[in-house]
Design a protein around this ligand. Structure first.
Ligand SMILES: *Cc1c(COP(=O)(O)O)cnc(C)c1O
Length: 363
């Protein structure tokens, strides 16, 4: 065992999380939309990186408005934010259900109302507690249809302080649907003159000012993931996925590696077996395609990714590799964008898929 440093002592995979890079990405987004408030989306355990540490760092950057998907996430967030900013606004994308009404009120969260029915119930059962309204401008996922907007605007006792919509095609800034949704949203938002307006997530934040309205709500870009179909160099890597080599071996031509023998050596081949697998969130779709950086060079995954193990082909490596050496799968030497592409997936899925066994280490 050589090449260890104290912080490398681990038997399994871990992710180094740079809170400074998170703060830098938040600043980059703020500079890209200087006239809007920059909120933060911290749903799904802050895209897999840990709600408490991420929300704390963002609150320290003066982020005052947070979005989650489920009310339980919002209640946990309220506990995190209490000592930092008791007045922080927490919006919950998935509107209230009969069984979650009480939780919304005890944690002082604002639902994002998605229908006339939800708006009617909220107005009737709360005493003018603030809420957001999601207007569906063409995604047909969540949000009130245009046919319900007049009736919602006319409800008495309803206190809408934010109207929002969501772009379906922001991954391609040139897509004509972005303009259509933007114009429609701008027109319908006028029915709620007392409310602030929010259209954009990460993609729209980095598009032109027409998309920014009063408040922008990025998620993936905060965490270093490009929201676009191409990489976004302005974003710093926040998460670095690493795992140690647990065994080394050499195989002869004709021998195979791993399940289904999908890799067959055509020459003498050196392999490093690494403690990381699809059980940790390294997608099996990266089998034979994704790469790691180890000992100053790149190595391709040989054969199938297993639940707990990956074989790297290190035949061409110039530097010696030993057990205990650390392989890096994304975030340093390999952009998250590239890793996601070589696994046929997105930065969103790679980050949120990081498994429970992967130690989160904050730098
Ligand atoms: C998840 C989500 C966001 C954040 O999206 P990113 O692409 O990660 O920036 C914003 N708005 C809504 C409605 C969402 O569901």
């Amino acid at each position: 065992m050589s090449g260890h440093t104290a912080s490398d002592k681990t038997s399994g995979p871990w992710v180094d999380i740079s809170l400074d890079a998170l703060a830098a990405n938040y600043a980059t987004l703020r500079a890209a939309a200087p006239d809007a408030e920059m909120a933060a989306v911290v749903k799904c355990n802050a895209y897999g990186l840990g709600l408490a540490a991420i929300a704390t760092k963002l609150a320290e950057q003066n982020c005052k408005t947070f979005f989650v998907a489920y009310p339980e996430e919002g209640a946990a967030l309220r506990e995190v934010l209490k000592p930092l900013n008791a007045d922080a606004a927490i919006y919950v994308f998935n509107g209230p259900l009969p069984q979650t009404m009480a939780l919304f009120q005890s944690a002082k969260m604002a639902p994002v109302l998605n229908s006339l029915e939800q708006a009617t119930t909220w107005a009737a059962e709360t005493d003018g507690a603030p809420a957001a309204l999601h207007i569906d401008t063409g995604m047909n996922r969540l949000g009130a249809p245009l046919s319900e907007i007049d009736a919602i605007a006319a409800l008495s006792g309803l206190n809408i302080n934010l109207v929002m919509s969501h772009l379906a095609c922001a991954s391609d800034p040139a897509h004509p649907k972005n303009d259509e949704q933007c114009k429609l949203f701008g027109a319908v938002a006028k029915d709620f003159p007392q409310a602030r307006a929010s259209l954009s997530a990460s993609g729209g934040a980095l598009m032109d000012a027409r998309f920014h309205f009063d408040l922008v709500r990025p998620g993936v870009a905060l965490y270093g993931g490009s929201p676009f179909d191409i990489d976004e160099a302005r974003l710093e890597p926040v998460a670095v996925l690493r795992a140690p080599v647990v065994q080394l071996r050499e195989i002869a031509p004709g021998e195979t590696v791993g399940y289904n023998a999908s890799f067959k050596a055509t020459a003498p081949t050196r392999l490093a077996t690494v403690a990381l697998g699809y059980g940790d969130g390294m997608p099996a779709s990266g089998s034979g395609r994704a790469q790691a950086v180890i000992a100053g060079g790149r190595a391709r995954i040989a054969g199938r990714i297993s639940m707990d193990l990956i074989s790297l082909d290190i035949t061409d490596h110039k530097n010696p590799i030993n057990t205990g050496d650390i392989a890096t799968f994304f975030g340093e030497g390999i952009r998250l964008f590239e890793a996601a592409k070589s696994c046929n997936t997105s930065a969103y899925e790679l980050l949120t898929g990081l498994g429970g066994r992967v130690d989160r280490r904050y730098l």
